[in-house]
Design a protein around this ligand. Sequence first.
Ligand code: DC
Length: 223
Amino acid sequence: MSPSSAAPVITIDGPTASGKGTIAGRVAGRLGWAVLDSGALYRLTALGVLRSGCGADDVDGVAGVAARLDVVFQGERILLGGEDVAGAIREEHIGNLASRIAAYPPVRAALLQRQRDFRRHPGLVADGRDMGTVVFPDAPLKIFLVADVEARAERRYKQLKGKGFSVNLSDLLEDMRIRDQRDRDRASAPLVPAEDAVMIDSSALSIEQTVEAVLDLWSKKVF
Ligand code: DC
C-alpha cells in the first residue's frame, strides 16, 4: 500500500459559506494535517476560463482549462501561472461562475486526481461539496456542515466587507439561494451528505465550538 492511500481524511462538505473553509483550516491546524480547499480549484478554473477567453458554455474548453491549471498552493497564497490570485478567486462573480462550471462532468473529472493528490500523512482535511461522496468515499470521518441561509449570508457579507469588497446583503442572500440550489440539483456529484456523514448545524455555534465538535468526533473514531 502506498503511504498516501493509508493517510486518514476528514471530509467537510456543505453549502456555500457554511464555514467549511475556516473549520477545515482550524481542524487541520490542530491535528497538524494538510488541507484541501476543493472549491478553490473550481474557482481557479472559473478565473482561468475568464482569462482564456473560452466561453463558459463550452464544456470541453472549460474542462481543458481545468486540466491545464498551473496552480501552486503556498500557505495563504494561491499562484495561478505564478500570479497570486488568492484574493481574486474569492469574488462573488467568480464563485457564481465556479458553481456553473462545476456542474459539467468533464470539469469534475479533470479535477478529480488533482484533489486526491492532496492526501498525505499524517492526514488531510478536505472541504467542498462531494469530498465524502465522490473524492474520498473511504474517509473515516465525514462531516456535513449546515447553517441557515441567513446566517451564512451574514457571515459571507462580513467576510467580503472585511476584505474591502463592496457587497449588498440582499443580493448576497439571493445569489446564495441560487447557488445552493444549483449545487444541490446538478446531476453530477450534487451537494448531498454521504450516507455515513455526521451532520453539524453551525447556525448557533461559534467557530471554536464547531472545531471542537469535529475534533471530538475524530477522537472518538481513533481512541
Ligand atoms: O466552496 P466554494 O464556495 O469556494 O466553491 C465554489 C463553487 O465550486 C461551489 O458553488 C460549487 C463548486 N464546488 C463543487 O462543485 N465541488 C466542490 N468539491 C467544491 C466546490
